[in-house]
Design a protein around this ligand. Structure first.
Ligand SMILES: [Zn+2]
Length: 159
């Protein structure tokens, strides 16, 4: 049976259309515990037809990572970091040494290599959202789908 991709919307719902009876159904994605990841589900329509779909929360899909890199703050102060998870909109990372430029609201540049087959270099500007000990959550500044780094992250997240 052919598998179709369905995108979960920001309000955590997805629309499924039965290929047999064309009936449209809006489903709440939170019923699927794997909703934070790519999930394969089998959905049974009221007409009895079961179809397989691949649920994707493209924008918010996070992948756990272990990627070494650096973050660069004001005056080009640099510190080593370990990227713990990555999504299209941001990342979580751990820094080796505490730095003054690590505080909520500050902008910095992050640089790391993906461990994909091309070892793609990612360099992005990010703003710090959460600081919890040595663990930092940052959101990327500006999402430009045409940017090579973004499409590299996208295909890294969803192969
Ligand atoms: Zn149906």
């Amino acid at each position: 049976m052919k598998e179709r991709k369905i995108f979960i919307t920001d309000d955590n719902k997805f629309v499924i259309v039965c290929p047999i009876c064309q009936k449209e159904e809006t489903v709440n994605a939170s019923e699927y515990k794997e909703a934070n990841q790519v999930a394969r589900i089998t959905y049974r329509c009221k007409c009895g037809h079961a179809h397989h779909v691949l649920l994707e929360r493209r924008k918010f899909y996070r992948r756990e990572t272990c990627l070494h890199g650096v973050c660069i703050g004001e005056e080009n102060i640099m510190t080593g970091m370990l990227v713990k998870d990555l999504s299209l909109v941001g990342m979580k990372f751990e820094i080796e040494n505490t730095q003054d430029f690590i505080c909520v609201g500050k902008k910095l540049f992050v640089e790391f290599f993906l461990d994909d087959e091309h070892k793609t270099l990612i360099r992005k500007e990010a703003v710090i959202k959460i600081v919890s000990g040595s663990l930092i959550g940052a959101e990327f500044c500006g999402e430009e789908p045409d940017e090579p780094a973004d499409s590299a992250i996208e295909s890294y997240l969803i192969p």
